[in-house]
Design a protein around this ligand. Structure first.
Ligand code: PEP
Ligand code: MG
Length: 894
């Protein structure tokens, strides 16, 4: 470890909690606990940089890494007074993954490393417990074979099951030392058979193999899926922790468990909860293989260790000022802490814990908002819940109860594999994934499913923890659940794949069929407190995209400060209006078009009045007609087929022929790049005129009704040229004046602005700003036109492949492409401000409801974002966090 060689390895006592980027979250916190003097088995951490270098350079250890491992291992051996793999009294180690952001169960861990045919005898002799020694060895062979060498673990499980049947043993613990010694031989045989070589006996080779496997597990599909789901970058790498083993499986005074300092489903304080298993190793708990016992029972089994654990957990929660999720092992009555981290929790728990910790004086309001609230989880508060009254009234009885592992209710068809869940889920079906236990490889199915049910596993099984983080309702540990081929027995009821079930993840019940569910309370009192903090902190305003009075009302209830986008064309689509709209577009006669528009106008006036009433006192931005013509036209293919049939049968239908001729004339090969937005308005000026007049007429009517003038903004879509905007604006203002002249009374101010949806508009924003009183970035189209990706097709086509193969870190239609589209936004803002100081700038594409994109909008100094009503609360929180965090580094790079 000379000065010019990178330091790849840190002993636990060398690290600190400020180093999670380099040591991973687990490594940093284990280092911290070591410094605090808590009972942590000693060890060392290989850095995330070592992992990235290893993966980037053809999977070879970078220079110096091998030597540094050797030096740290020697120190660990000296400290323990034992040597790795020693035949008489061996040191054993655990090799654990640990990235900066916790990814429960997504990467690999190898326990009991250092055992071989000799050292297992030494372990048996020194502990006087051959059963424990051979149990540890058979576990090690199995995990090493699976993780390092890729041998299917089911071969080993089948051998274990066969042995249990042979011995009449119900549980693993019913097997004795001789059984396990024999099983070890069987496992070694399985290894030899699949690998064509003997099981490695050299402990250092074992260690290097395990380290390589943990590094490589950063690149497994499930790890990629998890990172994509949680917005974790792919280029961070995982650290590897090599830690002296302590044993939870040495006998009746040993055990292992996982615990949370508060309830991670409800957030309830003062009631640490968790799961433990006596005489077991940690993987048994988190892998959900055996259903564990509730933590509270540990108080009766090992009261001293329990008391120490409670005290330590309290200490850790106060130190980290967040709910902690700890792993512990008790070896012959002595407690060891293996890990602490900020615990995953449901959206309900998340908001409650943030508020409680402020009230307990642990954190300030700003700290709670910034550090304890994850705004992407907020929409989960709107997850449906089981309607318990409805269930009682309908006389529904649960088929079974399990562990309420992740709250919320879900209804769906039974599927038994993750692939099937993914396939049917993507086809738009509601499915519930039913498994004996879920493994991290099921993640893609869990993402696609409405809910999860497992036969085994507790609240802290990986399945549960991951489900909680995703807001996916889950019931785990349903002991009466049996899967047999395509049949699923729950309690006494036999169901089949495809049958509907309802799960209640809040209470842990499973029902046959579709049970009633209710919308949850969007005004959760804890959330309300957090929104107050966010509103105080934020500078960015939040509006909603709303097209109807109902949407507007909802938006206002959720705290929207105006409507940033009312897509007026949505009002054209209702059944009674479509024929009028269609006839209007199809008409090639101006007078006829005017006549039809006059029939449509009262509908529009009514719609706008409804919205203005709901939004009294707040700005409403109405976007004039935008969609491509073809959305209003009959299908050309249909018309052609009908004309061909007529021809075959010698029928003459001049009306059909005329229709076909007109639709052919209007047909466009690229409608998204065709007669839309302002182009449509300039080609058919009477449409924009009618709409502008209707807006003004509605505004006057509502003013007369309420005594308060609506705040009106009219927005012109899809502008590329200043000249287009000038012509459309003159037309709009002319119509506004005409209507204004017919009314008496106070002035109603109308602003006219434009959407920025085309790169040319962004690049020439100074010119455009001369004609616009405000800009609203339409980032759906701006993304489409900047990337040349069709917003209607890309996601179901190549973009999916780009995301799966990590060519792109995220979907640019969800999260703003800061370096491309974001740069255009910056150019547009910087170009417009000098021309029209104080110009109002907003963003109303889907990105207005995406937390990372909201951060960007804050950094760019935009005035507001506008998003779906259901995302308004989340956007307020994201805007508050953006303000507290200062600059985020999400500006486009120069
Ligand atoms: C946009 O393009 O971002 C936008 C908000 O308009 P629309 O989605 O209606 O095209
Ligand atoms: Mg658009």
């Amino acid at each position: 470890m000379t000065g010019d060689v990178t330091k790849w390895v840190y002993a636990f006592r060398e690290g600190s909690r400020e180093m999670p980027d380099l040591l991973g979250g687990k490594g940093a916190n284990v280092a911290d606990m070591t410094r605090l003097g808590l009972p942590v088995p000693p060890g060392f951490t290989l850095t995330t940089a070592a992992c990235i270098t290893y993966l980037g350079e053809g999977r070879v250890f970078p220079p110096g890494l091998g030597e540094q491992i050797a030096a740290h291992l020697a120190a660990l051996e000296a400290d323990a007074g034992k040597r790795l793999g020693d035949a008489d009294d061996p040191l054993l180690v655990a090799v654990r993954s640990g990235a900066r952001d916790s990814m429960p169960g997504m990467m690999d861990t190898i326990l009991n490393l250092g055992l071989n045919d000799q050292s297992v005898e030494g372990l048996a002799a020194t502990t006087g417990n051959p059963r424990f020694a051979f149990d540890s060895y058979r576990r090690f062979i199995q995990i090493y074979a699976a993780v390092v060498c890729g041998v299917d673990k089911h071969h080993f499980e089948a051998a274990l099951d066969a042995l249990k049947v042979d011995r009449g043993a119900r549980l693993d613990v019913d097997l004795d030392a001789d059984d396990l010694r024999g099983l070890t031989d069987t496992f070694i045989g399985i290894f030899q058979q699949h690998m064509g070589e003997a099981f490695p006996q050299d402990p250092r080779l074992q260690l290097d193999g395990a380290i390589r496997a943990v590094f490589a597990s950063w690149e497994t599909r499930r790890a990629y899926d998890y990172r994509r789901l949680h917005g974790i970058p792919h280029d961070l790498g995982t650290a590897v922790n090599v830690q002296r083993m302590v044993f939870g499986n040495t006998g009746d005074r040993s055990g292992t468990g996982v615990a949370f300092t508060r309830d991670n489903a409800t957030g309830e304080p003062g009631r640490p909860f968790g799961d433990f298993l006596m005489n077991a190793q940690g993987e048994d708990v988190v892998a959900g293989i055996r259903t564990p016992r509730p933590l509270a029972e540990l108080a009766d089994v090992l009261p001293e260790a329990f008391a120490e654990l409670m005290e330590t957990m309290g200490h850790l929660e106060r130190r980290y000022r967040d709910m902690q999720d700890v792993e512990f092992t008790i070896e012959d009555g002595r407690l060891y802490m293996l890990q602490t981290r900020n615990g995953k929790r449901s959206a309900f728990a998340r908001v409650r814990i943030a508020v409680d910790m402020v009230d307990e004086g642990l954190v300030t309001e700003d700290e709670a908002l910034r550090d304890l609230v994850v705004c992407a989880q907020v929409p989960q508060l709107l997850l449906p819940q089981l309607d318990s009254e409805g269930v009682t009234l309908a006389g529904l009885i649960p088929l079974a109860h399990g562990v309420n592992a992740s709250p919320g209710a879900a209804v769906g068809a039974i599927v038994l594999t993750a692939d099937e869940a993914e396939r049917r889920g993507h086809a738009g079906e509601r499915v519930i994934l039913v498994r004996d236990e879920t493994t991290p490889d099921d993640l893609h199915g869990m993402i696609a499913a409405q809910g999860i049910v497992t036969a085994r596993g507790g609240k802290t099984s990986h399945a549960a923890v991951v489900a909680v983080g995703m807001g996916c309702p889950a019931v785990c540990g349903v002991e009466t659940l049996r899967i047999d081929g395509d049949l699923v027995t729950i309690g006494d009821t036999v169901l089949a794949v495809g049958d509907l079930i309802t799960i209640d993840g809040t209470n842990g019940a499973v029902y046959a069929g579709e049970a009633p569910v209710t919308a949850p309370d969007p005004f959760n009192p804890y959330l309300m407190r957090i929104l107050e903090w966010a509103d105080r902190a934020r500078v960015l305003r939040v509006r909603a995209n709303a097209d109807t009075p109902d949407d507007a009302r909802r938006a206002r209830q959720f705290g929207a400060e105006g409507i940033g986008l009312c897509r007026s064309e949505h009002m054209f689509f209702s059944a009674e209006r479509v024929p009028l709209v269609q006839a209007m577009i199809m008409s090639d006669d101006d007078a006829e078009r005017e006549r039809l528009l006059a029939l449509l106008r009262p509908f529009q006036v009514d719609d706008f009045m409804g919205i203005f009433r709901e939004m009294r006192g707040l700005p409403v931005t109405i976007r004039l007609l935008d969609p491509p013509l073809h959305e209003f036209l009959p299908s050309l293919l249909d018309l052609r087929l009908r004309a061909a049939a007529n021809e075959r049968e010698g029928i003459c239908d001049p009306e059909l022929d005329a229709q076909r001729a007109r639709v052919t004339e209007l047909h466009e090969e690229n409608p998204m790049l065709g007669t839309r937005g302002v182009r449509l308005g300039l080609e058919f000026p009477e449409i924009f005129r009618m709409q502008a007049g209707a807006v003004m007429q509605a505004a006057i009517a509502v003013r007369d009704e309420t005594g308060e003038a609506p705040v009106v903004e009219i927005m012109i879509p899809l502008v590329a040229y200043e000249q287009e905007l000038r012509a459309a604006r003159e037309m709009v203002l002319d119509e506004v004046e005409r209507v204004r002249a017919t009314s008496d009374g106070a002035h109603i101010e109308v602003l006219v602005g434009t959407m920025i949806e085309l790169p040319r508009a962004a690049l020439t924003s100074g010119d455009i700003a001369r004609e616009a009183e405000f800009f609203s970035f339409g980032t759906n189209d701006l993304t489409q036109t900047t990337l040349g990706f069709s917003r209607d097709d890309a996601e179901k086509g190549f973009l999916g492949m780009y995301l799966r193969s990590n060519l792109l870190p995220n979907n640019p239609f969800e999260t703003l492409d800061v370096d491309g589209v974001g740069r255009l936004i910056r150019i547009a803002a910087e170009g417009a401000r000098p021309v029209r100081p104080g110009i109002k700038l907003g963003l109303c594409g889907e990105h207005g409801g995406d937390p990372a994109s909201i951060m960007f909008c804050h950094d760019m100094g935009l005035d507001y974002v506008s998003c779906s009503p259901y995302r308004v609360q989340m956007a307020r929180i994201a805007a508050g966090q953006a303000a507290l965090n200062g600059a985020h580094g999400v500006s486009p790079s120069d």
